[in-house]
Every structure is written in structure tokens, then in C-alpha cells.
Design a protein around this ligand. Structure first.
Ligand code: SF4
Length: 432
């Protein structure tokens, strides 16, 4: 039940786009006098979950979170928004205390939607089709709890990879108005965020009037207080000519690219409806390393896609092993109800997929270690994020987490360090 003044908390599942959207939503509720925003894990009148449905785990996580929220306060009014709400409302309706389900078309208007539904006793659902038109975002996603700020420039996707539900959950590709992006970037940098992370579902497909993705990057570079621009993830076939040039030209663009590969086997890539071969991917990785010293190239791999025989898995393993990919994440294939691959019948047994994941994860650790080893004794700039026991940590532009001992206040500073040695998943550095 919505009262005169309600306490409200926000939870985010899934990707960086969801994180950026939640940050904006929080700002909109801070402006709404009917609500008082409290941190997560406190008993509140209202709890909002920005859901994810990219894998089965995303769905399970929503249920777990709802149980946790209900344990904190059995009368919490739960609002589910985002991808899972868009395509699974019937299932979500059955979950305890879910009073509002809002899809991706309306979720950024949640603050006004909640004003309108004050006294409704039943679960209210807003999941219309998602309009395919450029968009604006009313608030800047200033996030005081994070040093780096996400900025969403694009939404939706037209690629229809066969394993993916995102084009259904988020709709077709559409871009944010160019000036609206620049406006938010200026607000974020004036609020102290030195690093801006460009986010979207398929950012390389950005197109608003005559502006393309590279124009967004160039315009962000011009904002004086922004010191670093990071691209969250970009599809190989959309990487613009000139992006690598910006990295070796000592600009603000971080020497880091996350380019999803998904499989090292051309047969599987074809079945996934990906738009490139492994050779084309590998050529890009090779060129990136040739042109940009110490660039870090990361990727994602899905194991256990239907039809992945032992031979095709070995192809993936060997190709990745021989490539200059610097780090990668491994995901087990997850059958999604709206994805085309659901119809494929030659499924991989879960225990086989598990074994393959373990093999690839061991390879991923080795690659990440090799990359960090190659940086020992080199200089780097680190944007400091937090401190624990007199040890500060932050990220280099090429995505290595560095531990720096210092008694000075280094918070939110970009410092020059010498990288000394590998420390677990991080590196240690000394200020120079
Ligand atoms: S590029 Fe493929 S995997 Fe990525 S969101 Fe689009 S359809 Fe999904």
C-alpha cells in the first residue's frame, strides 16, 4: 500500500545498462516528495527490482531477492521492472507481494507511475510494446557510491543472435538524443566523476541524425573534466574505424575493449547467428595489440551451445588459447523461451558443459595472469576507487586492478604508479 511518505529501496540484477538505469531512477525518486530512498537490505515500504532475464540465473535471482525482501518486511510493496517484467509477467504475478510490473517501455517513468496507482489493491501491469524511437533521459545518474559513472547512450538490439532474448525484452535498437548524452556527461563530470563508462545494449549501432558512435566518443573527449572514457562492451562488426587510433593517440579513451566472441568455432558462431568468423575476430585482436601497446581485450564465451561436439569445443579451446585475448568470462548456455536456439535438439549434457566451463575458466585465469605479467615494471595511471587497511585500490585504463599503499587521501585521484607484481587477481603498485 502506498502511503503519504514511503521508504523505498532499489535492487539491480544483470548488466551495466540496468545499473545505469537504476542510478537514474534513484535520482528521480529523490526528487519525489512522496518517497525517501534508503539503502538496500533495509526494511522499506517499497522495493524496486530492476530485473534481468539474460540467463536462467537472472530469473532465479529475482525470486531469491523477493524472498529476501519479504523476510526484511513481509508487507513490502514490490515493484518489478525491466527485462523479465517485459516478457515474463505471468510468472512474476505469482510471486509474493509483487504489486507492480513495469516493462522496459515505461520503467524510467516509475516515479510518476507510482503516484498514479496509489490505492490500487491488485497487481498493476504496464508492459506495452517498446517504441522504436530516439529517447532522452530526464535525470543524470550521479552515483555517489561509485567512482566511475555509467552513461547510457543506446538501447535495444536488431541482431537476433539465436540464443538471446534481448531483442524481445528490450526491443529494437534505438539511440539517445546526442545533446542529451552530452548534457548528462557534463553533469556527471561536474559532480566529480572522472571516468565515464559508455553503456548500451549494442552501443556500436548508435545512430541519431548524423551522429554515430565515434561522434559520441569524440564529443565526450572534449569535456574537460572527463579524464577517461571507457566503452563497456562493443560488437565486433560495429567497431568504428578510428576507435583504436584514439587509444594510441594518447587520448582519454581507455585501452580496453570488451568484444563478445561467444565461441571459437565457426560452426557454432553460425548456429548462434553471430555475424563474423573466428578468424575475423582474431584479426581484430591481433591488429588492436599491434596498434595499441598494452591494450587489454576481453571477451565472453558461451559453452554448451546445442551442437557443440567435443571436436567443436576443442576448436574453441585451441583457438582462444592461441589468440591474444587477454581475459574472458565463461557462461554456460541457458535455454531462453523466446530465443530461436530453444528449438535446437542436440543439447549438450549439463555435466559435459560443466567440465568444459572448468577447462575454459582455467585458461581464462592463465591468460589474465599472462597479461598482468607483461605489465610488471611498467608505468600506469590508476583511478583510485576505495581504501581498505591503508591500501588503496583502483583501475588502470587497461582494466587491471592495482593495490597502492599510501597514508595520503587518494580517493578519486588519478595517480601514476609503477606496477610491481601480481597479487591474486590484482597487481601491486608504488606511486612514482
Ligand atoms: S548482439 Fe546478440 S547477444 Fe548482444 S544483445 Fe543483440 S541479440 Fe543479444
Amino acid at each position: 500500500m502506498i502511503k503519504k511518505t514511503n521508504t523505498i529501496s532499489f535492487y539491480t540484477l544483470g548488466c551495466r545498462v540496468n545499473q545505469s538505469e537504476t542510478a537514474v531512477l534513484i535520482r528521480s525518486f529523490e526528487d519525489n516528495s512522496k518517497f525517501h530512498v534508503l539503502p538496500q537490505n533495509t526494511a522499506t515500504d517499497v522495493a524496486v527490482i530492476n530485473t534481468c532475464t539474460v540467463t536462467e540465473k537472472g530469473d532465479t535471482d529475482t525470486r531469491k531477492l523477493i524472498n529476501k525482501i519479504n523476510r526484511l518486511n513481509s508487507k513490502t510493496y514490490i515493484a518489478l521492472i525491466g527485462c523479465q517484467s517485459q516478457i515474463q509477467k505471468e510468472e512474476l504475478l505469482k510471486l509474493p507481494n509483487v504489486k507492480l510490473i513495469v516493462g522496459n517501455a515505461n520503467k524510467m517513468d516509475l516515479s510518476s507511475l507510482m503516484k498514479e496507482i496509489d490505492s490500487s489493491p491488485r497487481t498493476v501491469i504496464f508492459t506495452p510494446d517498446i517504441p522504436r524511437k530516439p529517447f532522452k533521459i530526464a535525470y543524470a545518474g550521479i552515483d555517489k557510491s561509485h567512482t566511475r559513472a555509467n552513461i547510457k547512450i543506446q538501447d535495444g538490439c536488431d541482431f537476433f543472435c539465436s540464443y538471446c532474448e534481448v531483442p524481445y525484452a528490450r526491443g529494437g535498437a534505438r539511440s539517445r538524443e546526442f545533446n542529451d548524452i552530452i548534457k548528462e556527461a557534463k553533469i556527471l563530470s561536474n559532480a566529480g566523476h572522472k571516468e565515464i563508462v559508455i553503456t548500451g545494449i549494442n552501443v556500436g549501432s548508435y545512430k541519431f541524425k548524423n551522429y554515430k558512435f565515434i561522434d559520441v566518443v569524440s564529443a565526450l573527449e572534449q569535456i574537460q573534466k572527463i579524464k577517461r572514457i571507457r566503452i563497456s562492451s562493443i560488437e565486433l562488426t560495429t567497431i568504428p574505424t578510428g576507435l583504436l587510433g584514439k587509444m594510441y593517440d594518447n587520448s582519454k579513451v581507455c585501452r580496453f575493449l570488451h568484444v563478445p566472441l561467444q565461441s571459437g568455432s565457426n560452426d557454432i558462431l553460425k548456429a548462434m547467428n553471430r555475424k563474423y568468423t573466428f578468424e575475423q575476430f582474431n584479426k581484430f585482436v591481433y591488429e588492436a595489440h599491434r596498434k595499441v601497446p598494452d591494450i587489454c581485450i576481453g571477451t565472453d564465451i558461451i559453452v554448451g551451445f546445442p551442437g557443440e561436439t567435443e571436436k567443436l569445443f576443442c576448436e574453441t579451446f585451441n583457438n582462444i588459447s592461441n589468440s591474444s585475448i587477454d581475459h574472458f568470462h565463461v557462461f554456460s548456455y541457458s535455454k531462453r523461451r523466446m530465443a530461436k536456439s530453444k528449438l535446437l535438439i542436440n543439447n549438450v549434457k549439463p555435466e559435459t558443459a560443466k567440465k568444459r566451463s572448468e577447462l575454459l575458466r582455467t585458461l581464462a585465469q592463465k591468460k589474465s595472469k599472462d597479461f598482468r605479467r607483461s605489465l610488471i615494471n611498467k608505468g600506469a595511471s590508476v583511478l583510485i576507487e576505495q581504501k581498505k587497511n591503508d591500501i588503496w585500490t583502483g583501475l588502470t585504463d587497461n582494466y587491471v586492478r592495482v593495490e597502492v599503499p599510501s597514508s595520503k587521501d587518494l580517493s578519486n585521484k588519478i595517480i601514476k604508479v609503477k606496477l610491481n607484481e601480481i597479487k591474486g587477481q590484482h597487481m601491486s603498485g608504488t606511486i612514482i
